[in-house]
Design a protein around this ligand. Structure first.
Ligand SMILES: [Cu+2]
Length: 157
């Protein structure tokens, strides 16, 4: 390889690295999937929502707020066991470590959805908007589903 080609190759590599780093800032590497809301009787004014949040980037990202046109207010909660009492602790934010997945699931971290604008039934969807510390937002549709019986009972033999 002669000197000119080597120079061009080096320039090309440096440009690629530079462009990659520019694009890396443009791509939001957080994915929210498997979002669902547990169906509740119409008289219940607080519902629980669950989802899988994956951070594919090499930096931790913090979920700051979740909002929805379908609810008056949404909080991030964690269910904790105190003795034999389960209580819920409101989280001010939720950090998703680099290259990891956080599951919001029954009995653990969850979204507390207050005062549905209209009653939601199994099969309906609600729009959830997630706001993150780096300024990115992600809007997804969560499906309202009936919680399967094995989720909330531990009557295994
Ligand atoms: Cu809660």
């Amino acid at each position: 390889m002669n000197k000119v080609n080597l120079f061009l190759l080096t320039t090309f590599i440096f440009q690629s690295l530079f462009l990659n780093s520019v694009f890396a800032k443009e791509i939001f590497e957080v994915d929210i999937s498997e979002a669902w809301i547990s169906e509740a009787p119409p008289t219940v004014s607080v519902l629980a929502g669950y989802a899988k949040i994956h951070n594919a980037s090499d930096r931790p990202i913090t979920l700051l707020t979740v909002s929805s046109p379908n609810f008056s207010k949404i909080e991030i909660h964690r269910s904790v066991l105190n003795g034999d009492m389960v209580s819920m602790e409101k989280q001010d934010s939720l950090e998703i470590p680099a290259r990891s997945t956080i599951m919001l699931s029954p009995g653990d971290l969850h979204l507390m959805l207050f005062d549905p604008v209209k009653p939601l039934r199994s099969g309906d969807t609600a729009t959830l908007n997630f706001s993150f510390s780096d300024g990115h937002n992600k809007t997804i549709e969560a499906k309202v589903e009936r919680r399967s019986s094995e989720d909330h009972s531990h009557h295994h033999h």
